[in-house]
Design a protein around this ligand. Sequence first.
Ligand code: BES
Ligand code: MN
Ligand code: ZN
Length: 493
Amino acid sequence: MTRTTPIRFADLDLDALEGTEGRVVVTVTPEGTLDPAARRANRLSKGAVKRMVESARFAKAKSGDVITLAWPAGMAAEALDILVLSKKADAVAARKAGAALVARAAGAPVLLALGSSHVRSAVLVQGMVLRSYAFDAHKTGEEDSDATGDITVMHPRPETLEAEAVPLLAVAEGVLMTRDLVNEPANVLTTTEFADRLAAMRDLGLEVEVLEEADLEKLGMRTLLSVGQGSATPTKVVVMQWKGGAAGEAPLALVGKGVVFDTGGISLKPGAGMEDMTMDMGGAGVVAGTMRALALRKAKANVVGLVGLVENMPSSTATRPGDVVKSMKGDTVEIINTDAEGRLVLCDVMWYAQDRFAPAGMIDLATLTGAIIIGLGHENAGVFSNDDALCGDFLKAAADEGEGAWRMPLGAAYDKMLKSRVADMKNVGGRPAGSITAAQFLQRFVKEGTPWIHLDIAGVASIKEGTDLAPKGATGWGVMALDRLVRNRFETE
Ligand code: BES
Ligand code: MN
Ligand code: ZN
């Protein structure tokens, strides 16, 4: 699969700064204080670090900036990167700084020499891991590889740093799993392959069940099944349970849209850009990555992840516009546009989640609408909720993790736009407020008393430009925010 660079933690050995090839990184504070490693680099380079710190250039530097001395005298390194890092840097800034170091190295090995402990050392390392990701599973030539070089972090107490980094690296692993799933093409990541990768997480202590078409038929999940009926790839629902909390305590339910490819169905999408619809399982990808993170760090909470895995294809067996299908809940839906399929996937899986688990909260994630990209671009996911307390906690968790999230409205006037001539509702509400009417559709399947959040991640799941933490393509947006929400609101003790 993908290559990510394992971090090597090592004892602080100042002599290593002289002979190390690749890039050597040392830190200074914005006030110009040099730690022992920076002092050694200064001595080796005959005072270059001090001269830099005393320069007008440095006077303008902010925490998080990196200033590079190329081919420094007295050192074997191709570059000495000087990271300006404030003692007061917050976690998001430190993570971003770590990522920036790796991005700048562009494949060269990196030796980060932390001469003294910094409160943000562990999250700095997490940032390095997040940015060392390269999806080159399908590139056969070494030449073309985007892979990162070796990363070594030296620290006065490497075991302490490593121990502190363990939960953060667990979360990073979840993020990387999400990216792998989202980046994978649809001929590789079929519904079957997706379910197999989730089932493999049984090794981490997750309970994983795979519901097949016959099971879904019995449960009455006709809206979900109607989306997949034109595809040769079977529709599946995968249920992942993490029972780290008190026995019998109601879980948090995470529900993901897992459309492994979205052609639009009979309401076929235009050809240009259709290849991007390999990422239409992004919601399911985030659910999977979050469950992985929770299991790896043995979260003390009960969380259940459910994903609807399905492919939206046109064929003689596909759903037609005008068809009427019945949901598991019992409500009927007139299919106006077979390209509005995500809500048909989610409504049945959400109903099943509530029916079976009576969750303490439910969060669904989906690359649901193009309209959310028009509204919020690639900076923020759309957040819709019926519960101010849960929503507030989520928005805070997202802000604390540096993941953009912006609340959008719901309301009866929008709900009316779903009125159908022949069924209980139609599956589209027209062009105005497209993301909101999609959310209204989902809300019809939220039971009275279930605190619920819908996250429309169409703009943030995969981005054509690299971000602070990820190269071009899948971002893994949401894993860190959801992990933190679980920590803050659902973990005991
Ligand atoms: N998967 C798409 C939404 C999407 C668009 C995700 C762009 C990522 C990038 C979704 O299934 C879809 O096709 N939505 C339609 C809804 C419309 C038919 C009401 C859309 O947004 O155009
Ligand atoms: Mn669609
Ligand atoms: Zn879709």
